[in-house]
Design a protein around this ligand. Structure first.
Ligand SMILES: C[S@@+](CC[C@H](N)C(=O)[O-])C[C@H]1O[C@@H](n2cnc3c(N)ncnc32)[C@H](O)[C@@H]1O
Length: 322
């Protein structure tokens, strides 16, 4: 299980992500699984909401509300409790799905009454919150309620995508583009102010050039969309500012470089947190066993697959509380 400190670090990574305008769900790195996930949730909510006139529904680690959106497409205006530890995610959720009740909380420590929900759902969320989160979610269900989870599969399709993105970002970090850019910009500004010689500036530029060539090679090898397009944006922005250096204040460039470094770290951290969260089958076995021992009954336990794709998109685990 992760420590409170590592929890708050990864909360920061997710918050950085959700602070951007992410209309898509947070697992969209891989793309093709989307219709399969939507299909699962639409069928699930059609079936379960038809049985319950006024259901209490909780979407755990909800992000900006992908699952809540599916629930509301079946039952427009449905009041859903939405919980995530990223405030930015919930602010975006409130904008997309007005009228839901939002709660900023760690999924392993939810300040909610036991047995108070009919449906507890989570898509690629609960597994991030460690061992305690499953017991917590189970305890919130009322008798007859249903727990439905889609969970990252270790070495599944999304896992492979995240691994690739993380590796691209590691390659990028190894090129040291940002520190070398910072040194080159600093020398350029010093030259403009007459505070260094042209030779000193050229030295900084000579040190920076291999990093730029390395970045160009990385973009040729991996494509402009690699790692969410972040390396491509870095390249374009640096090229733009470098050519027009005299139009910028040094402090603005420094601020931009620091912001970019934060974005790269957050992206890498988010990819790593997805990899760490993914369940192997033995983890699924243990989780299923725990719930059965608490009197739950298994409704569905399998892999969700995307037609034409060899790797699974998710573990699907659905149980009802006796
Ligand atoms: C892959 S995203 C999935 C979001 C959403 N369920 C969806 O399908 O788009 C994972 C979400 O889990 C949240 N999260 C990660 N660890 C958490 C924790 N310990 N407690 C609550 N939320 C957490 C993140 O902020 C993020 O919104």
């Amino acid at each position: 299980m992760s420590s409170p400190d590592s929890q708050s670090v990864s909360a920061g990574f997710w918050d950085t992500y959700w602070r951007g305008t992410h209309e898509n769900a947070a697992h969209r790195e891989g793309g093709p699984q989307e219709p399969v996930l939507s299909g699962f949730w639409t069928d699930f909510f059609r079936r379960e909401l038809a049985l319950r006139p006024e259901p209490a529904v909780l979407d755990l680690a909800c992000g900006n509300g992908a699952v809540t959106g599916h629930a509301r497409s079946v039952a427009p205006g449905l009041q859903v409790y939405c919980s995530d530890y990223s405030l930015s995610a919930l602010l975006e959720l409130e904008r997309r799905h007005p009228g839901c009740t939002c709660l900023v909380a760690d999924a392993a420590r939810l300040p909610l009454a036991a047995a108070s929900f009919d449906l507890v759902v989570s898509q690629f969320g609960l597994e991030y919150a460690g061992e305690a989160a499953l017991g917590e979610a189970a305890g919130l269900l009322a008798p007859g309620g249903v727990l439905a989870l889609l969970i990252h599969v270790h070495e599944g399709g999304i896992y492979r995508e995240c691994e690739l993105n993380r590796d691209v970002l590691r390659e990028l970090q190894a090129l040291e583009v940002l520190p070398l850019a910072q040194a080159a910009f600093a020398a350029g500004f010093a030259l403009n102010r007459g505070e260094c010689t042209p030779e000193t500036f050229k030295q900084a530029e000579r040190a920076f050039t291999p990093a730029v060539r390395g970045l160009e090679q990385l973009l040729r090898d991996r494509g402009p969309a690699a790692a969410g397009g972040l390396p491509q944006r870095l390249y374009q922005d640096i090229a733009h500012m470098y050519r027009r250096m005299s139009a910028y204040e040094p402090a603005d460039i420094l601020q931009w470089l620091a912001g970019m470094q934060g974005e790269l770290q957050a992206y890498t951290g988010r990819m790593q947190s997805m990899l760490d969260a993914a369940w192997r089958e033995d983890r699924l076995d243990a989780a299923t066993g725990k719930l059965l021992a608490r009197g739950f009954r298994l409704l569905q336990r399998d892999q969700l697959t995307v037609p034409g794709h060899a790797l699974p998109a998710a573990w699907r685990l659905v149980l009802t509380r006796a």
